[in-house]
Design a protein around this ligand. Structure first.
Ligand SMILES: NC(=O)c1ccc[n+]([C@@H]2O[C@H](COP(=O)([O-])OP(=O)(O)OC[C@H]3O[C@@H](n4cnc5c(N)ncnc54)[C@H](OP(=O)(O)O)[C@@H]3O)[C@@H](O)[C@H]2O)c1
Length: 286
């Protein structure tokens, strides 16, 4: 990519905007600030309800209800609204621009599930020289354990990719993927945290049912998931081998595994990834 970590200085002067200030925008902004790439004072955020932007204001972010202001003020703009809101959000950009000379050569980064680069580039066509990168981040970015992918549009430069990868990488893993893969990856990494919360909750429920206090059960369940994930990442062993290592013949774990398989857990999780991928594709078609 030709850029190195020495180029992080680029963030010090960069104005970063968010159209939509919900969960995903907060997770990305938090990562940028926590890792010292840029301060909240260099950011702009817009949304239709000023009262919902109070938390941003308290942190020192400039807030506005006019999406056009975010585009005018920022060189890098995250599109962080729900997919079906995008047309209205961009219409509001065009309606609220007060100086079109301030809108050239912007880099837009879309976190929207399903919405294709071609559609994004087409909806932003009135902004001269605009470039687009599509990303799929996830909320564990908030705690530095994100898992994100990105896919540059036809006009995005290597430097644009460097900027976006750097922002997402400070909060966890970030990898380039072809656009054809992004809906499935989004189902895995974007929706995946919710699937795992559900599993942690169910593990906790089971332990509570067997007499363990709730707080202890939830903490132990979360730590067990964290530990198992680290074993997968750090030992280099396959999940099958790791599972076998915990299952002694005739033991407690294999008995539990049998209960899980009888309940169809494996198929249910595969179905969940398939259903979320299809939903993402469907949202993109609308
Ligand atoms: N959450 C995740 O884990 C995750 C993961 C990967 C990708 N994504 C993607 O991230 C995007 C945002 O998701 P989210 O979870 O952050 O949703 P969210 O928390 O509901 O945030 C959406 C934000 O958009 C604002 N908004 C609504 N209409 C707007 C408009 N016309 N102009 C500007 N802002 C507007 C909302 O403001 P009000 O609340 O005031 O209406 C809200 O702050 C989605 O497209 C989703 O596909 C999310």
């Amino acid at each position: 990519m030709g850029d190195s970590l020495n180029n992080l200085a680029v963030f010090k002067t960069m104005k970063i905007g968010f159209i939509g200030g919900g969960n995903m925008a907060r997770a990305i902004a938090e990562g940028i600030v926590q890792k010292g790439l840029a301060p909240y004072s260099s950011m702009y955020v817009s949304g239709p309800h000023e009262e919902n932007l109070k938390e941003w204001k308290t942190k020192g972010v400039q807030i506005t209800t006019e999406n056009g202001v975010v585009v005018e003020k920022s060189s890098l703009i995250f599109l962080a609204v729900k997919p079906h809101i995008l047309p209205a959000a961009i219409a509001n950009v065009y309606d609220t621009i007060s100086d079109w000379e301030l809108t050239d050569n912007k880099l837009f980064v879309s976190v929207l599930a399903g919405v294709k680069l071609e559609a994004l580039e087409s909806i932003l066509t009135r902004l001269e020289g605009s470039r687009v990168i599509r990303v799929m981040p996830n909320t564990p970015m908030m705690v530095g354990a994100g898992c994100s992918v990105y896919c540059p549009g036809q006009h995005a430069t290597d430097h644009d990719s460097f900027v976006v990868k750097t922002i997402l990488e400070v909060s966890g893993l970030c990898q380039l993927v072809p656009e054809s893969m992004i809906d499935a990856v989004g189902a895995l990494t974007g929706c995946g945290p919710a699937f795992i919360y559900l599993i942690i909750e169910a593990m906790s429920d089971g332990a509570v049912m067997m007499g363990v206090p709730r707080n202890m059960a939830t903490n132990f369940a979360a730590q067990t998931v964290l530990g198992a994930a680290k074993m997968v990442q750090q030992t280099g062993k396959s999940t099958g081998v790791l599972k076998e290592e915990v299952c002694s013949p005739g033991g407690t774990t294999i008995t539990g595994i049998h209960a899980l398989e009888s309940g169809g857990v494996r198929a249910a999780i595969m179905n969940a990834i398939e259903a979320s991928t299809k939903k993402s594709e469907e949202l993109g078609r609308k």
